[in-house]
Design a protein around this ligand. Structure first.
Ligand code: URA
Length: 203
C-alpha cells in the first residue's frame, strides 16, 4: 500500500513536470493567450486505463479539469456503469488548451501537444488507452475510420510503448444521437472484459 502511494506520488510529480514544461516551452501560444487554464488531466497517475479526448471546452477551461461539462457527466455515468469512477482512471485530452469558440483542434495543435501526451503515457503506463472521438484516435490509429473500428481493441506499438487502444465515439457526439449513444455505451461496457483479457495474456 505504501509502495502504491509512493508510486502514485512519484508519477504525479512527473506529470506536474510535464505541465510546467508545456508552459516553459510556450506550446501553442495563440491558444494559451485565450485560454483560462492549462487542462492537463485528472485521476489516478498510476491508472490501468487512460481516456483521451480532444480538447477542453468552456467548462473544462474554467475549471482546469477535463470532461466536467455535459459530455463529462455522460462519461461519469458510463464509468459508473462498469463500476469505475474518475479517480480510478486517468482522463486527459490530446490538446491541453481550449480552442476558441470550441472549434476543432487544428492538425498543428495536435502535433504540438503529441510529445507531451506520449510523456504522460510513458509515466502512467496504462494497460489500455481509450480514445474518445476521432481527433485522439487518428494519432494512434492513423488512416482508420471510427465508424469502422469503434469498439474494437487494437494492439499497437509506438515510441517503445506497446499498448492496446480501444477507439470509442466521443461522448459529446453521442449525447444527442440515440443510436450513437447506444453504440457508445455498448462499446464502453466491454472495457472490463478487455482488461481481463490483457491481464490473462500478461500474467
Ligand atoms: N470534450 C473533450 O474532448 N474534452 C473535454 O475535456 C471536454 C469535452
Amino acid at each position: 500500500m505504501r509502495n502504491l502511494v509512493q508510486r502514485q506520488n512519484q508519477k504525479q510529480a512527473s506529470l506536474d513536470q510535464i505541465e510546467a514544461d508545456i508552459t516553459k516551452d510556450n506550446v501553442c501560444p495563440n491558444l494559451a493567450k485565450t485560454a483560462t487554464n492549462l487542462v492537463m488531466g485528472v485521476g489516478d497517475p498510476d491508472a490501468e486505463i487512460v481516456f483521451i479526448g480532444e480538447a477542453p471546452g468552456k467548462n473544462e477551461d474554467l475549471k482546469g479539469e477535463p470532461f466536467v461539462g455535459a459530455a463529462g457527466k455522460f462519461l461519469d455515468e458510463m464509468l459508473a456503469g462498469v463500476e469505475l469512477s474518475r479517480d480510478k482512471v486517468y482522463i486527459t485530452n490530446i490538446v491541453k488548451y481550449r480552442p476558441p469558440n470550441n472549434r476543432d483542434p487544428l492538425p498543428d495543435e495536435k502535433k504540438a501537444f503529441w510529445p507531451y501526451l506520449v510523456r504522460q503515457i510513458n509515466i502512467i503506463q496504462p494497460k489500455i488507452i481509450v480514445t474518445l472521438g476521432r481527433h485522439s484516435m487518428e494519432y494512434f490509429l492513423p488512416d482508420r475510420k471510427i465508424t469502422q473500428i469503434h469498439g474494437q481493441p487494437k494492439r499497437i506499438s509506438f515510441d517503445d510503448i506497446k499498448i492496446v487502444i480501444l477507439p470509442l465515439y466521443h461522448p459529446a457526439a453521442a449525447l444527442y444521437n440515440g443510436g450513437l449513444r447506444e453504440t457508445l455505451v455498448e462499446d464502453f461496457n466491454q472495457i472490463p472484459k478487455i482488461i481481463n483479457l490483457i491481464n490473462e495474456r500478461t500474467t
